[in-house]
Design a protein around this ligand. Structure first.
Ligand SMILES: *Cc1c(COP(=O)(O)O)cnc(C)c1O
Length: 358
């Protein structure tokens, strides 16, 4: 009997990148594979996409170094740049491009002694107010970066949308205007779009796009399913039934007795819990699939198990496979039940989960 197993369909990863390519035909693609390839396995994802993407976007130096240690030479962009001046020589050594979003990074670059200049993307805060240089400071950064011998010319430019998943929200348009104004007349590449930008904001495509979640077959927009976008889920999270328990009307199930049966029924115990990354906060009624039908999760999630209501006429057997999300049960839909997003579910799976590539 298998425990929590995530099947990763690598051809769907390539398919989804193809969909992004058709949407963003004039742009190059930084395939975003941070956070262990959104939980799908960093190196397998990187190897699968190495000759399909134009480059990889990652968040941490360690992610970039792991990719290079696997002999993958695809360009890599550190989306938040380096975190410490002492890392700059590693960026040079491994040909990592870097965002620069703050004065500390600028000063570190100015003070470093490097054997070769780095490709730098000036990250502009066009309205998200997370990281990035404020528009009024962009000229100063451009001047100093252009004067810095450690920076390859031309300088490149990026920004990030705060509300691109809200298709009616005018903030995105405003962010584009701020970005274009801030870099008017500059030569380098420009990059704005993550997944939502790729699909819904064609004016944001520019020279490079940075899709992440859509590559894994997951919609970034709650009102539009991945299927409508032509995306195919890459991960199917499964486990199996390790027990079936008959219970009587008014009996409760699990810690705290949270769920109480309204009728005599059969409870299925599934070998997956929050120790595998299935959220503790999942409420009663969150759907799972067993033997082709949807049944509700009932009772609190345990570390290693969760319980589902199989119904009183259940024919299910110990050992049967249970699908927590994936084909026919989009992770976005499960996430909506739980009050989170598909991004969090796929990136939260723990090292105990067996990743099986198909
Ligand atoms: C994570 C990230 C992306 C990818 O975002 P998705 O919504 O997953 O497509 C793009 N750009 C930056 C700067 C990011 O941090």
């Amino acid at each position: 009997m298998k425990a929590a197993t995530a099947y990763i369909q690598l051809n769907n990863l390539v398919h989804n990148l193809g969909i992004v390519r058709t949407k963003t035909a004039n742009s190059r693609v930084w395939a975003t594979i941070k956070a262990n390839g959104y939980g799908h396995g960093l190196l397998t994802v990187a190897n699968t996409l190495a000759f399909h993407a134009d480059g990889f976007g990652v968040a941490r130096l360690e992610e970039a170094l792991a990719i290079r240690a696997d002999s993958i030479e695809t360009p890599i962009l550190l989306l938040e740049g380096f975190y410490a001046a002492k890392d700059l020589s590693l960026l040079v050594k491994h040909q990592l491009q870097t965002a620069v979003h703050c004065i500390e990074q600028l000063e570190a670059l100015e003070q470093a002694i490097l054997v070769r200049p780095l490709r730098v993307w000036l990250k502009i805060d066009s309205g998200m107010h997370r990281i990035g240089v404020r528009p009024e400071n962009v000229n100063m950064f451009i001047k100093r970066l252009n004067a810095c011998p450690n920076v390859a010319k031309p300088l490149h430019f990026m920004s990030h949308f705060s509300c691109a998943d809200e298709l009616e929200n005018s903030v995105t348009q405003k962010q584009m205007i701020v970005f274009f104004d801030a870099i008017a007349g500059q030569k380098g590449y420009r990059s704005l779009a993550a997944s939502s930008g790729c699909f819904f904001w064609p004016k944001s495509h520019l020279d490079w796009v940075r899709p992440g979640i859509c590559l894994y077959g997951i919609s970034s927009v709650s009102s539009i399913t991945s299927k409508i976008l032509g995306l195919k889920p890459v991960m199917t999270m499964t486990s199996s039934l390790i027990a079936i328990k008959k219970i009587k009307k008014r009996e409760s199930v699990g810690y705290g007795g949270r769920w109480i049966a309204e009728n005599d029924t059969s409870i299925g115990v599934v070998a997956i819990g929050y120790g595998d990354g299935y959220p503790y906060v999942a409420p009663d009624g969150t759907p799972v699939i067993i033997n082709g039908r949807r049944v509700p999760l009932v009772g609190r999630i345990s570390m290693d198990m969760l319980t589902i209501d199989l119904g009183s006429y259940s024919q299910d057997c110990v050992g049967d496979e249970v699908i927590l999300w994936g084909e026919n049960l989009p992770v976005e839909e499960v996430a909506a039940h739980i009050g989170t997003i598909g991004y969090e579910l796929v990136t939260s799976i723990t090292s105990r989960v067996n990743l099986v590539y198909t």
